[in-house]
Design a binder for this molecule. Sequence first.
Ligand code: F6R
Length: 245
Amino acid sequence: MVIYGVKDYQEMSRKAAGIISAQVILKPNSVLGLATGSTPVGAYQLLVDAYKKGDLDFSKVTSVNLDEYKGLSGEHDQSYRYFMNANLFNHVNIRKECTFVPNGLEEDGAKECARYDQLIESLGGVDLQLLGIGGNGHIGFNEPAGIFTKGTHMVTLTQETREANARFFSSIDEVPTHAYTMGVGNIMSARKVLLLASGSNKAQAIYDTIFGPIDPKVPASILQLHGDVTIIADKAAMALVQDKL
Ligand code: F6R
């Protein structure tokens, strides 16, 4: 693991945007695995700025997102498809037909999960997978569990995750109860992984990810077994590991 401790959210975003830009410049037809949530917003903004300055070209890039709420259409302003359009895709020259997010409206979970796994395989896998991390160590919507789940699957969201995400909805009752997510196996198959963390509520998860046992109770801990992981975490998120590195 390469671990960068940085000052704050801005610096985390700058470093992350630099790594993603380098990936796209070195391999213009990269397959980017993308994440939603508050963590990557700053990096996406900087990628948009770089594109507007003429420094970055997304015309050959393909993207696959980690997850999507079940039951929300892409037009719902809290769907992850909507988030990606609003924060990145609408502002750069990526071809929309080359951007993929699980279909939250597909009722048949088994069908949607198999389709998404086949899609990732048909793209030749993910070159760079961007990740945020939950306060409980989740990656994508892979919540703490008894086993690591390999492929795309449907999850029941924990109360903790629904509460954490309730800030984006008018009430917790509106937060969907289920989601589709890439599995830990999909994430581990990416050629490179870039995990970002900001804020003191991520400190324990970052500690457990780096130093804890590899345990599905902290899904991100499996990243210790990946050969090419970069973690960029700000001071608050690094609080428990700073002295140990
Ligand atoms: C989002 C995702 C989640 C988030 C995580 C952190 O696509 O997969 O695992 O990365 O919940 O969320 P934020 O960034 O809002 O703290």
